[in-house]
Design a protein around this ligand. Structure first.
Ligand code: PGA
Ligand code: MG
Length: 218
């Protein structure tokens, strides 16, 4: 980048926060309600960035989409009851956010997680004052890979999408950024299923560690 970005926007799950432990616990509670044993943590972890429906598909593979749909609000309620208990920041995230703050570069979050739950996570990590904008999966009628949430975040910050930088760990994050004309970074430290290859997503950059994002800034 020739100029410092107008803002750095982040995906939440799998990019800033390793929320898999709390989300897996919620999925396993839904399974227990149905008298089923827990699903292997590593399997649930792989699909966290694909959302709650993907976690329920892994947990209830024998259910149809229509049968799984009523489980989603239960899963989200369980998660909301304990959403920043075992979740941790990924390595280097603290340092990256502190460096952005120190340089006066605003940062925010554009996630597909429902906004109310995302706010709970932001509160849990003490970011309320620092996070300049938060857009959730239900803030607008559409969500990533639609670019609208990224445009909405930029509108709220009063910047053009092309001047921001988006960092995310899933293909739909890169698709949303590309559709918004926003430079983007594929985060290799996040959640992936076998066969997901971030190097093929056509992101502008691929970063192995959160602190590598700093090297992209002038
Ligand atoms: O809850 C989801 O759908 C995944 O959340 P993310 O967009 O922050 O990865
Ligand atoms: Mg993610």
């Amino acid at each position: 980048m020739a100029q410092p970005p107008g803002a750095v926007l982040f995906d939440l799950d799998g990019t800033l926060v390793d929320s898999a432990p709390d989300l897996a616990r919620a999925a396993n509670r839904v399974l227990a309600d149905h008298g089923r044993p827990p699903v292997a943590y590593e399997r649930l972890r792989q699909v966290v960035s694909k959302g709650g429906r993907a976690m329920l598909a892994v947990s209830f593979p024998d259910f149809s989409d229509a049968e799984r749909e009523p489980l989603l609000p239960v899963f989200l309620r369980y998660y909301g009851e304990a959403l920043a208990v075992d979740s941790l920041l990924f390595d280097g995230v603290d340092e990256l956010l502190a460096a952005l703050d120190a340089r006066g570069i605003r940062w925010g979050i554009v996630t597909n997680k429902p906004e109310g739950l995302a706010r709970g996570v932001v509160e849990g990590f003490g970011w309320r004052q620092r996070c300049a904008v938060l857009v959730g999966g239900d803030t607008l009628p559409t969500r990533k890979p639609d670019p609208a949430p990224l445009f909405h975040a930029c509108d709220r910050l009063g910047i053009e999408a092309a001047t921001a930088l988006y960092v995310g760990d899933d293909l739909r994050d890169v698709q949303a950024a590309r559709a918004a004309g926003m430079p983007c970074v594929a985060a290799l430290w996040g959640y992936r299923e076998d066969g997901d290859d971030p190097h093929r997503w056509q992101a502008d950059h691929v970063a192995a560690r959160a602190t590598d994002v700093l090297a992209l800034l002038p």
